[in-house]
Design a protein around this ligand. Structure first.
Ligand code: GLN
Length: 307
């Protein structure tokens, strides 16, 4: 029988991990991110019947970075359907999130929507569809959560733009293959803005509940996404959510999830819960050291994963 005493398990694991050494490095390549206190550690779990369990810094806002790519993908997929797969694939890349390597041999088709190149192609689709995709994305989040306290951080977006040479290279490279319709500058501005979204662990676990709960309705009492599309997004998170550590995350945690270089991770158990963990120090693959450790111990303790 799975152990569902979530609050006790979360609190115990939180205390145990807090007492152990915290390995890794805060992401310093984005100047604004390097200022974050490396000792933050928070966890929040929301069940599909809206019970909430949290520990540590679960109510502190942080930069969700690449976790936002799941939201832009959900909007684009619901709007444009299977046509999106003509411009971005669904295969794990086995490379770093910002790698240029495979684009040349793959003729500018990114391996999946969660590496930077794939997320830029999705941003481009939204830019072609909406006059103000940044406002649409924010509205989408506010409609899902009923919480308009979730915003972008313009300082962070500007800080990333200043040093975003590799992302500029990726976007112009995609454009050279005709896989970007808009001006690369505009795609990048939207991409950096999207990555600068700030949320608490609690807010994150609310936002992504729609992928765990097949009956989830937004504030307008409408489904956010069809069941079969939610299944597919979960499948891509399972196989590609952690870049070249996706196999490791699947092996250790056994849930679909997505990480960001701000140190956040979301993971969800379909029909049960969504959990968000945040600790800024990253391992060599760019995923939160404590976040991975916590989630591995958590699914082991509750004796329940999707496998
Ligand atoms: N904004 C970050 C970047 O493009 C997102 C990367 C991440 O969170 N893995 O470098």
């Amino acid at each position: 029988m799975p152990n569902t005493d979530y609050q006790n398990i979360i609190q115990q694991l939180y205390e145990q991990i807090q007492s152990e050494e915290n390995f890794g490095e805060v992401a310093t390549y984005i100047p604004e991110l390097s200022k974050v206190n490396p000792d933050y550690f928070g966890i929040h779990l929301t069940t599909i019947d809206k019970r909430e369990f949290g520990a540590g810094d679960h109510l502190t806002k942080f930069s969700i970075q690449s976790i936002s790519k799941v939201l832009s993908l959900s909007i684009a997929y619901e709007l444009l359907g299977d046509a999106i797969w003509e411009r971005v694939d669904v295969e794990p890349s086995g490379t770093a999130f910002n790698s240029l390597l495979q684009l040349e041999s793959d003729y500018g088709i990114p391996r999946n929507p969660f590496i930077n190149a794939g997320a830029m192609v999705i941003c481009d689709m939204l830019l072609s569809h909406f006059k103000h995709p940044d406002q649409e994305l924010l509205q989408y989040i506010h409609d899902i959560t009923g919480n308009s306290d979730i915003q972008y951080n313009p300082l962070l977006a500007a800080s990333e733009k200043k040093i975003g040479y590799r992302n500029f290279a990726l976007c112009y490279y995609l454009k050279s293959f005709d896989n970007i319709e808009n001006r690369p500058e505009d795609v990048l501005d939207f991409y950096f803005k999207m990555c600068s979204l700030e949320m608490t662990c609690q807010e994150l676990s609310h936002v992504f509940l729609f992928l765990a709960d097949e009956n989830f309705l937004n504030q307008h009492h409408k489904p956010v996404i069809t069941l079969s599309k939610a299944k597919r997004i979960n499948a891509i998170m399972q196989t590609c959510g952690f870049y070249d550590e996706s196999g490791e995350f699947s092996f250790r945690v056994g849930l679909p999830g997505k990480s960001g270089v701000g140190g956040g991770i979301i993971a969800l158990h379909p029909d049960k819960y969504c959990i968000a963990v945040w600790s800024p120090k990253l391992n060599a693959k760019g995923n939160s050291y404590k976040g991975m450790k916590f989630l591995e111990m958590f699914t082991t303790s509750v004796e329940s994963s999707i496998f």
